[in-house]
Design a protein around this ligand. Structure first.
Ligand SMILES: [Zn+2]
Ligand SMILES: [Zn+2]
Length: 266
């Protein structure tokens, strides 16, 4: 890696621990060239309260842009969002964020829409996930994971955003609480179809080390096998920490800094 930057950073504006300014100071101390903020934004309607609402997003953008001007010359500070996709209630499309004019948008899926319309949270806890699969996917992990990737393909194909976030977030609990076989033929088939869709969309894929700092697994998203499929199709990568604190903005960057040839982003 020839430069240091992280574009996936959470703060007290959502579920992060530190203020944006504390994070900027950490980034300066670590010799970063750029730090991008990506508060969770506009989750599906029943779960709206703790993320950026349309009104909060304007105050958030003001605060980040004030930091950008105060720290200019020392570090580039960028104002992004991590925007959820859930059919019918949340879209990561640039048009949904026209008022705050983010510098970039990460499109992410944290909730899978089940056939009965229920939203099953991908990353809350192994227990809540097991209940969601049992109650809304007839107990079929394969059906749940296929629905997750179908939603990913729909998201990258339909919306105007920049970075596809943690593409295989379904692996989060699979190390400590194994619930599916990542070498199964059906899983590989989903990865291939999704890699095709991402390549066709032109979206950048992040290599996201967030599960390492949070202790869920000792690996990044996407897996090495998934990254190989993406790489073969010419997809571009950036490295991101999905940091929820000032000290983790470069978590495992030493290990993953050379895992891919990263593109320079903003
Ligand atoms: Zn996320
Ligand atoms: Zn995130």
């Amino acid at each position: 890696m020839t430069w240091k930057a992280n574009y996936h950073t959470h703060t007290t504006w959502c579920d992060g621990k530190d203020s944006p300014e504390t994070v900027v100071l950490s980034a300066v101390a670590k010799g970063f060239e750029a730090i991008g903020f990506s508060s969770h934004a506009m989750l599906p309607k029943p779960i709206l309260d703790w993320v950026l609402t349309p009104e909060k997003s304007l105050r958030y953008a003001d605060e980040i842009r004030d930091l950008a001007s105060r720290y200019s010359g020392r570090i580039r500070v960028l104002c992004g969002v991590e925007a959820d996709y859930s059919a019918g209630s949340a879209s990561p499309d640039r048009s949904s964020y026209a008022a705050m004019k983010p510098d970039y948008i990460i499109g992410s899926i944290h909730f899978v829409t089940a056939p009965d319309g229920a939203l099953v949270c991908v990353d809350k806890s192994p227990q809540s996930l097991a209940e969601g699969v049992r109650d809304h996917f007839g107990g079929s992990v394969e059906a749940y994971i296929r629905a997750y990737f179908a939603q990913q393909r729909e998201m990258v194909g339909r919306f105007d955003f920049d970075i596809a976030g943690h593409l295989d977030l379904v692996r989060k609990f699979n190390t400590k609480h194994p619930y599916f076989d990542e070498s199964a033929a059906w899983y590989r088939e989903e990865l291939e179809k999704t890699a095709d869709a991402v390549a066709a969309s032109g979206k950048i894929v992040e290599v996201n080390t967030g599960a390492i700092s949070r202790g869920w697994m000792d690996d990044a998203y996407p897996s090495a096998a998934f990254r190989a499929l993406l790489r073969e199709r010419g997809v571009k990568f950036i490295l991101s920490a999905d940091a929820h604190s000032a000290e983790t903005i470069d978590c495992a960057f030493d290990r993953f800094g050379n895992a891919e040839e990263y593109t320079r982003f903003l």
